[in-house]
Design a protein around this ligand. Structure first.
Ligand code: PRP
Ligand code: URA
Length: 208
């Protein structure tokens, strides 16, 4: 059964409001994407598996833990790129595997243009990163690619979702937990999230 987690964190709500604002310029927009991604990843990684260890402190030995699982960060190009760096700072041993997909403007179907995953999976848990879950086509396809690769623990970390995208992802991949900052009202007739924030790729890269 899918688990949908919508963050209740006040910092996420505050930053999301600034992110949506048309007055927010690309530099600030990228900063906000990075910060929100870190806050959502903090919540999404709360159940990572640990192994016990101990370390020498200046005063003696202390029991501790280390992460048992290798993390894969999987941004969906382009807009997912802005979510990588902040999360990567917190998880420096993570591997980053890019998946290139764009939405055909007419059909709204995802078109794959980049995938360099190695033959054998090298990570135990994958965080799929994309700020926007609109029709859900891109996320459904990416999770499908990762499952075919052999990844068995996959989570989706997004920022905004439309109910239609949530429905599509939970139906296609009910085992994949979804972490979001908010769920909006609907999709419009050209597949944009309303009220949303516009085009997340264009707003990050100044290409609107
Ligand atoms: C956007 C967004 C998602 C996709 C969401 O990417 O970043 O990847 O649309 O839409 P969906 O849920 O209907 O598939 P876009 O295709 O605009 O490409 P870009 O990130 O390169 O701008
Ligand atoms: N992609 C975006 O960047 N924004 C939307 O609202 C929908 C898809």
């Amino acid at each position: 059964m899918s688990q949908i987690h919508v963050s209740e964190h006040p910092l996420v709500k505050h930053k999301l409001t600034k992110l949506r604002d048309t007055q927010t310029e690309p530099k600030k927009f990228r900063e906000l994407i990075r910060e929100i991604a870190m806050l959502l990843a903090y919540e999404a990684t709360a159940d990572l598996k640990l192994s016990p260890t101990s370390v020498a402190t200046p005063m003696g030995r202390a029991g501790g833990h280390y992460l048992q699982e290798k993390i894969g960060l999987v941004p969906i190009l382009r807009a997912g790129l802005g979510m990588v760096d902040g999360i990567w700072e917190m998880t420096p041993s993570a591997e980053v595997w890019h998946i290139g997909l764009y939405r055909d403007e007419r059909t709204l179907q995802p078109v794959q243009y980049y995938n360099k995953l190695p033959v054998i999976p090298t990570v135990q848990v994958c965080l799929v990163l994309d700020p926007m879950l609109a029709t859900g086509g891109s996320a459904v396809a990416t999770v499908g690619i990762l499952k075919q690769w052999g990844a068995n623990r996959i989570k989706f970390v997004g920022i905004l979702a439309a109910p239609e995208g949530l429905q599509a992802l939970t139906s296609a991949h009910p085992d994949v937990p979804i972490h979001l900052a908010a769920v909006d009202e609907r999709l419009n007739e050209i597949g944009y999230i309303v009220p949303g924030l516009g085009d997340a790729g264009d707003r990050q890269f100044g290409t609107a």
